[in-house]
Design a binder for this molecule. Structure first.
Ligand SMILES: [Zn+2]
Length: 217
């Protein structure tokens, strides 16, 4: 099924949220979203890439699969109506509201290695999403490590694909206050890197904070 690509707002009120946290610019976050709960990710200042991975909380070997998600919906971009699918094709979360309109799942996460290849050896020391993911996992109680870092979602990131199949990292289409909302279809571990990248326009060269809210079913 092709997602609608229509922008739609949520009726959920922040006052009713059971979790409401700010993730500082460049920092990671990890937590469990229970089946039926709704997670909202808010791009507080605009043009902020939010690199995200999901795992089944029951069996983390089952995790988000970009290829299964793309194939099932027949579309490269994620927006309202997109069902995020697992490595065994099960629905993990559904995007139920989206005021940005497009999210990437093919651009991958930044790392020290990709930074040095793309931008030069002088960027080796720079903080990256890969470091964020590993740091959050190391501090957590989840038995996940480097092998579990697979193709991720980049919420609010704009990676348009040209008619001849080229990927382009373009200026963001997000703006301050835009958000995406997901309903969990199973208990999931949510691993986020609020991308610290300084070398390409995915963060408008200035990483900024995000807000995470969770509502019970
Ligand atoms: Zn990054």
């Amino acid at each position: 099924m092709t997602p609608s690509h229509s922008l739609n707002e949520s009726r959920l009120a922040p006052e009713a949220a059971v979790m409401d946290v700010i993730v500082a610019a460049g920092e990671p976050w990890i937590g469990v979203i229970a089946e039926g709960q709704t997670l909202r990710i808010v791009d507080l200042e605009g043009n902020q890439a939010v690199d995200t991975l999901f795992y089944s909380a029951v069996d983390p070997r089952e995790r988000y699969s970009a290829s299964d998600t793309i194939r099932a919906q027949g579309n490269l971009y994620l927006t309202t109506g997109t069902v995020l699918r697992s490595t065994v094709g099960e629905p993990m979360l559904t995007i139920i509201a989206d005021t940005c309109g497009r999210h990437d799942t093919i651009g991958g996460a930044c790392s020290s290695e990709s930074n040095t290849v793309r931008y030069g050896e002088h960027t080796r020391h720079m903080h990256s999403c890969r470091d964020n993911f590993l740091l959050a996992l190391a501090k957590s109680a989840f038995a996940l490590d480097k092998r579990d870092l697979t193709s991720n979602i980049n919420f609010f990131m704009n990676v348009p694909v040209t008619p001849d199949g080229k990927l382009t990292f373009a200026d963001g289409i997000s703006a301050g206050g835009k958000y995406v909302e997901l309903r969990a279809e199973m208990d999931v571990i949510c691993l986020i890197s609020n991308c610290p990248q300084l070398n390409n326009p995915c963060n408008a060269y200035t990483p900024t904070p995000i807000r995470l809210l969770v509502w019970d079913a």
